[in-house]
Design a protein around this ligand. Structure first.
Ligand code: 5GP
Length: 180
């Protein structure tokens, strides 16, 4: 079977493992301060891309915290978003009255997160904030309030640190751009 990822290779490193580590530390510090009196915090990881970011971030969170996961439809193997959001795996817990922090790998158009934030509010969450490691601000089509943003990046397709292209590259310890 032809693998679409065979047509691409790593073009260059955008952020090193060390740069990412420092950024995650910075984000965790702010989260610890902001949620000191709003615990337990519920971290919702968006699968699959956020799994590495969430694992690193979680180990630096010092307030009482619980975890759940959602899977939403996104790119598949192509590099263009459809704008259609579908919940492929829903939460296991009730979030009514809870303080929720969505942990996402990357915001592109913002359509996914904008939908999700509204959806979680509608379930009665006390607060719903967003923590995203990467944001392609120039590509945002809707205004998503990202309380905790790691890096603002150009509108290029990136992989690594949880992010894939056709399910490859998720395990790279750094974030890289791809070329044909
Ligand atoms: P949005 O709804 O903001 O357009 O799309 C967000 C989702 O698209 C992300 O969770 C991610 O799955 C995917 N995505 C957007 N840009 C990139 C990218 O540069 N690399 C990878 N691997 N996925 C991306």
């Amino acid at each position: 079977m032809a693998d679409p990822s065979d047509d691409y290779e790593i073009a260059g490193e955008l952020y090193s493992a060390e740069e990412i580590r420092l950024k995650v530390e910075e984000l965790a510090k702010r989260i610890n301060e902001d949620y000191a009196d709003r615990a337990p915090l519920l971290l919702i990881g968006i699968l699959k891309g956020a799994f590495i970011f969430l694992a690193d971030l979680a180990r630096l969170i010092e307030v009482p915290v619980q975890f759940d996961f959602m899977a939403l439809s996104s790119y598949g193997s192509a590099t263009k978003t459809s704008g259609v959001v579908r919940i492929r795996k829903d939460l296991d817990v009730e979030i009514s009255g809870r303080h929720v922090l969505i942990v996402e790998d990357i915001i592109d158009t913002g359509l996914t997160l904008s939908y999700l934030q509204r959806n979680l509010f509608a379930r009665g969450a006390a607060s719903v904030e967003i923590c995203a490691l990467l944001n392609k601000r120039a590509a945002n089509k809707v205004d998503v309030p990202i309380k905790y943003e790691g890096f603002s990046i150009p509108d290029d397709f990136v992989v690594g640190y949880g992010l894939d292209y056709a399910e490859r590259y998720r395990n790279l310890p750094y974030i890289a751009t791809l070329k044909k």
